[in-house]
Design a protein around this ligand. Structure first.
Ligand code: COA
Length: 150
């Protein structure tokens, strides 16, 4: 797997992956396109054999990063891609001098919560019945080690 900045050419593959999961609210084309066009986000695509197999979107603002979206192709799930993408997003945030990454995840999304916990995130808050299916949102954060590019 290689992780690189996403481009507009990746949009169809990203929308395809996004639509395959029922565990998370779906982003639409406009949302992904505006993240691609914006200056604040770090939008990463994971590629294998020339095919986009996952992506991560985070915002980097004032020394803090927020992970907004992370998904892998379901056919490639449980192969370490999610962990690799998350690590790449955390590295990118550290290189942008961030000392913390935050995120929000459904309390019912056990695979994601486990992934985040194993990457050093801890639960710091909870929003009751935040999602349409009635699930609580967990607010999680992880400390980063800022190491700006020279
Ligand atoms: C969450 C997600 C990104 C994980 O990606 P992945 O490539 O399957 O995960 P990895 O293979 O890197 O697994 C890393 C860890 O995540 C956890 N994990 C992943 N899938 C899991 C599952 N189905 N059940 C339990 N734990 C799981 C495990 O702790 C795993 O470590 P282990 O393999 O040593 O047990 C993937 O399930 C996904 O795209 N889900 C839909 C989108 C989503 O929910 N995104 C997160 C919220 S924004």
């Amino acid at each position: 797997m290689t992780v690189r900045p996403a481009t507009e050419a990746d949009l169809e593959a990203i929308l395809d992956i996004e639509g395959r999961w029922l565990t998370t609210p779906h982003w639409n084309r406009t949302q992904f396109a505006s993240e691609l066009a914006g200056s604040r986000p770090r939008f990463l695509a994971a590629e294998e054999d020339g095919r986009v197999v996952g992506y991560a979107v985070c915002w980097i603002v004032a020394g803090e990063a927020e992970l907004l979206n992370l998904a892998v192709h379901p056919e490639r799930a449980r192969g370490g891609l999610g962990r690799g993408l998350l690590a790449a997003a955390m590295r990118a945030a550290e290189e942008a001098d961030c000392s913390k990454m935050t995120l929000e995840v459904s309390a019912r999304n056990a695979p994601a919560v486990r992934l985040y916990e194993s990457a050093g995130f801890r639960v710091v808050g909870r929003r009751a019945k935040y999602y349409n299916d009635g699930a609580d949102a967990l607010l999680m954060d992880a400390r980063l080690n800022p190491r700006p590019h020279p």
